[in-house]
Design a protein around this ligand. Structure first.
Ligand SMILES: Cc1cc2nc3c(=O)[nH]c(=O)nc-3n(C[C@H](O)[C@H](O)[C@H](O)COP(=O)(O)O)c2cc1C
Length: 340
């Protein structure tokens, strides 16, 4: 079905196509028509004290406001990551801010954390169907200076603690000025230690993951390893979008017209797999690694798992391949598990 729909969606601007797709997904019968299906029981994964029905999650940024969690769970996702959410609603950057790179099966975006704020998402999450694993990806408002970033993370953490299953501290979006400076050891430890301290004081505990950029040097990745060990957080999501533009088929002129933003999809695959591998060699299980970047086939998902990821997430692959992608990964994963 998505094979028929995609050419029509691609006639629209990427953001309009996004909104139309979600409206369609909410219609009765959409799950069956989409080709999506619940993961087979044999595809379940147990990590962080949670039982994920399948290994594929929706990456952050597609359902920022937690408006479609129930429908997304129906098409086969084992978990849904909402956000990035900020304390206050904010409009994000001016449009256009999302671009297709069709020859590369890729996207460039500079959305800039457009979202309706954490309070509105909280109300929606309270009403979601039971049993759906949801991650809360949290960030800071554009207007908040880095010196006070910690306050924004704390506000979002406290607001969502009762309704999400795990947290993701996002310090790796290229589209909020200065945000990636928070990946430095000092500010990062301050934020993570504070969230861990707050979590420890609660009756229920939520695993905390850190989402990192693919553009970090080995030295910076070593700092991330040290931060994970020192703070005792549950793990890492590798990776966010890249600011690199290497090896693309899209012409230089088109790239210049598009301008700044994070590149996602097929061109990111090898780099994010390399980051997963680098981290796993230094962060043995039970530290959790979620692999994300350029997964557009079951083979690409297995590559991340073989590099050491416990779970995977998709965004751009879903835009190009549709919900069948999730079904294929779930099936291949169940077979792969038997072979291990
Ligand atoms: C349009 C768009 C918006 C995104 N927004 C967010 C976001 O708000 N927070 C975040 O952590 N990652 C965000 N991402 C990054 C994705 O979650 C993912 O890490 C990245 O796209 C790589 O995966 P992919 O190649 O499967 O797309 C966004 C990606 C895209 C394409």
């Amino acid at each position: 079905m998505y094979g028929l729909l995609r050419p029509l969606l691609f006639l629209l601007s990427p953001e309009k196509a996004h909104h139309l797709t979600f409206s369609l997904l909410e219609l009765p019968g959409a799950t069956a028509l989409s080709g999506g299906a619940a993961p087979p029981g044999t595809a379940a994964v147990e990590v962080m004290g949670l039982r994920f029905p399948g290994p594929v999650g929706l990456a952050a940024g597609m359902d920022k406001d937690a408006a479609h969690v129930n429908a997304l769970a129906r098409i086969g996702f084992g978990f849904i990551e909402v956000g990035t959410l900020t304390p206050l609603p904010q409009p994000g950057n001016d449009k256009p801010r999302l671009f297709r790179l069709k020859p590369d099966n890729a996207l460039i975006n500079r959305m800039g954390f457009n979202n309706g704020g954490v309070a509105a998402a909280l109300e929606r999450l309270k009403r979601r169907n039971p049993g759906i694993i949801v991650g809360g990806n949290i960030g800071k408002n554009k207007a908040t200076p880095n010196e006070r970033a910690i306050d924004d993370y704390v506000i979002c953490f406290e607001a969502l603690h009762a309704v999400v299953d795990y947290f993701v501290v996002n310090v790796s979006s290229p589209n909020t000025p200065g945000l990636r400076a928070l990946q430095e050891k000092g500010p990062l430890l301050e934020i993570l230690n504070e969230l861990k301290r707050r979590d420890a004081a609660k009756a229920v505990h939520r695993p905390i993951l850190l989402k990192i950029a693919p553009d970090l040097t080995d030295g910076q990745l070593d700092d991330i390893v040290a931060v994970v060990k020192e703070s005792g957080i549950a793990g890492v999501i590798a990776t966010n979008t890249t600011i690199a533009r290497d090896g693309l088929l899209t012409t230089k002129a088109t790239l210049e017209t598009i301008g700044a933003g994070g590149l996602s999809g097929a061109p990111l695959r090898a780099r994010s797999t390399a980051v997963v591998k680098y981290l796993r060699a230094r962060l043995p299980k039970p530290v959790v690694i979620i692999g994300v970047g350029g997964i557009d086939s079951a083979e690409a998902a297995l590559e991340k798992l073989e590099a050491g990821a416990d779970l995977v997430q998709v965004y751009t692959g879903l835009v190009y391949e549709g919900p069948k992608l999730i079904v294929r990964i779930n099936e291949e994963f169940a077979q792969w598990k038997i072979r291990q």
